[in-house]
Design a protein around this ligand. Sequence first.
Ligand SMILES: *[C@@H]1O[C@H](CO)[C@@H](O)[C@H](O)[C@H]1NC(C)=O
Length: 369
Amino acid sequence: MDHLFVSVLLLLCSVAAASSFSGNAAGADGDPLILQVVDDEKGELALSAEAHFASFVRRFGKTYADEEERALRFKVFKANLHRAARYQRLDPTAIHGVTKFSDLSPAEFRRAYLGLRRPEAHKSTHEAPILPTDDLPTDFDWRDYGAVTGVKNQGSCGSCWSFSTAGALEGANFLATGKLESLSEQQLVDCDHECDSDEPDACDQGCNGGLMTTAFQYLLKSGGLEREEDYPYTGTDRGSCKFDKSKIAASVQNFSVISTNEDQIAANLVKHGPLAIGINSVFMQTYIGGVSCPYICGRHLDHGVLLVGYGSAGYSPIRLKDKPFWIIKNSWGENWGEHGYYKICRGRNICGVDSMVSSVSAIHTQQDQ
Ligand SMILES: *[C@@H]1O[C@H](CO)[C@@H](O)[C@H](O)[C@H]1NC(C)=O
């Protein structure tokens, strides 16, 4: 039994890794092996939980301080296996299962790996102008144009907002200069304390959360972002601001907030580059691959990510489906999701994916050698 489950997990991972599925893989629909791993109804999940956990610990190099801690993590892990099985039923076009976050409770996960704070003021300044949508390509991916840096890892710090912000500016800067520069999230974590109202929680605060639009505001005031290599990521917010104006590598010209209209989102994406978006991350802790399209998903936004493209049809190894999807770059490292990416279906503001979208334009800086 143990061997069976280990090999099923490996199968799932290699299937998920092949992110560009080619058409109709026969037999994938309803594959009993794949369904088995996510179906706890037969009790098999419970029987093999120990084996699952052992393989999880190996695969992600987990270490626990003592037996007590290990026992606690195993308990959480088992609860997450059941949650993954539940999410699989709610979200059949994606694959849910064991991820590197499987030993974290939902609350621990929220605290450590998200970081989108609630916007206080709903100011409608910087509304994006309406763009034509007639000639939009059916499939589009900024990675194909070299406008997206490699997947980064925010670590255990609620700084998602800084990755979303830096990613959007990396793309905009590429469009303005033709050069792809990896930009510094740590500068935002250390130096951006911009607020969007007088409320006590209305400011960007490093690992305790922030907002992409206020971060753009900070960038307008401060002058821009340094390169990743000049101001490297530490994943803590205990350091002081070490921003050096002479090292600015990319500057914001202006930014705007885009309406929830999906065609406008697509048009702005194609015109301005990758977009900073908020999302409800509830299905992401257990996500392994495929197009996430849950029957129900909250629209409370708790995670900031980067929208880099869209596709017209998705393929799920569990069930063949034609589903248009968004392609989202996350900041949880490459060993999460589809090489660090998440696909979520388009069409009905699933998980609030259309509700907080902003685009940025960069200034063509002349200071380069
Ligand atoms: C920035 O301003 C220019 C010129 O007004 C405008 O065309 C562009 O759409 C703006 N960019 C964004 C991201 O709002």
